[in-house]
Write a protein that binds this ligand. Structure first.
Ligand code: SF4
Length: 376
């Protein structure tokens, strides 16, 4: 992941064009939360301009058969991850639970902390969960041959290209996600197609995998995943309605943060780190027994995915990252639903297909495992 363009990603836009031009394929796109607050910069808009509606329109203009939101996958991730947290708390399971939606972080802990592989959440990341659901539930509901479905992820992240090919995430050599393009590659596709992005009208994502809540939007910034999980876990543990969903103590831009959140009669101790040097310091302190946490969120990039390696170059300018972060929180505030367990399409998915969160079918489709890898 190089924020200064000294290294660039392998370009996969040709694969997307090829799929879009194949009439036998049903090609669907999903876009990560952090794209909507940064893509505009590639078209001379100010950092932090929210372009969610233009994004959906642009994907349709490119010819995708389905235009979806990884935020749906993020809400699904919270259903599983919050269930896993509650399960560990109730059954004296191993703590802290570590978030697992950042593939650079997953690779880091497999190589550097092979003795601690039992603490990360087993949840697949949101775009991989989305792909798994698209090739099963969605294909079935739409009457489409799952073999014809091509899932394209538009991501702020270069590491997601390697993640999509992880053997742990593919079943019978079938990938959940077929092609990953970065924000920069996606902008290049729009320019190649002659789409005047800045003047596009807004539109919405398609149903049945397009609804999202504010909780899923905040996945795009450091602290957001754990805040989304706390919003849901709080209501599940206490049985009470959470009135104020904004946990300011989990927000910020400092490299390592910690906070205590009262959930019923229990106080959850939460750690947050972004950038892998900070993650290493946190994990080493846990390994040495110097600190205790119940849950930890780690993201490899500065500021989380808003500062991702596939985003418009920010050259380490934290002011740009801060503006993208503010836009993420604004998008959350504007959502009618702000808790993942209130996403009606996600609830429909459990009702019609998955059964219980953290149940057997959900495990088969939405969870993964980790393996110790050689130290490098
Ligand atoms: Fe990818 Fe960076 Fe986000 Fe991790 S923090 S998922 S490496 S963009």
């Amino acid at each position: 992941v190089c924020p200064t363009a000294a290294l660039t990603e392998v370009n996969h836009t040709n694969k997307v064009w090829k799929a879009l031009n194949d009439p036998k394929k049903h090609v669907i796109a999903q876009v990560a939360p952090a794209i909507r607050v940064a893509l505009g910069e590639m078209f001379d808009m100010a950092p932090g301009t929210i372009v969610t509606g233009k994004l959906a329109t642009a994907l349709r203009r490119l010819g995708f058969d389905g235009v979806f939101d990884t935020d749906f996958g993020a809400d699904l991730t919270i259903m599983e991850e919050a269930s896993e947290l509650v399960h560990r708390l109730k059954h004296n399971g191993r703590l802290p639970i570590l978030t697992s939606c950042c593939p650079a972080w997953v690779k880091f802990f497999e190589h550097q902390f092979p003795d601690m592989l039992d603490i990360p959440s087993t949840c697949k990341s949101p775009h991989i969960m989305f792909g798994a659901v698209a090739k099963t539930y969605y294909a079935e509901k739409m009457g489409i041959d799952p073999e014809s479905v091509v899932v394209v992820s538009v991501m702020p992240c270069i590491a997601k290209k390697a993640e999509a090919k992880r053997p742990e995430l593919t079943k019978d050599e079938n990938n959940n996600v077929d092609i990953v393009v970065t924000t920069r590659e996606f902008a290049a596709m729009l320019k190649e197609a002659g789409i005047d992005f800045a003047t596009l009208e807004d539109s919405d994502f398609d149903r049945i995998l397009g609804e999202s809540t504010g909780a899923s939007v905040i996945f795009g910034t450091t602290g957001g995943v754990i805040e989304a999980a706390v919003r849901t876990a709080y209501e599940w543990i206490t049985g009470e309605t959470l009135e104020n969903v904004e946990f300011s103590q989990l927000r910020g831009i400092e490299g390592i943060r910690e906070a205590e959140v009262k959930v019923g009669d229990r106080v959850l101790k939460i750690g947050i780190a972004h950038e892998l040097g900070n993650a290493r310091r946190l994990l080493e302190a846990i390994r040495e027994g110097k600190v205790h946490y119940d849950a930890i969120e780690i993201m490899a990039c500065p500021g989380g995915c808003v500062g991702g390696g596939g985003q418009p170059y920010h050259h380490g300018n934290m002011e740009i990252i801060r503006k993208r972060q503010e836009a993420i929180y604004k998008e959350d505030r504007n959502k009618p639903r702000r808790k993942s367990h209130e996403n009606s399409e996600v609830l429909q998915l459990y009702h019609e297909y998955l059964g219980e969160p953290y149940g057997e079918k959900a495990h088969q489709l939405l969870h993964t495992y980790y393996e110790a890898k050689e130290r490098i």
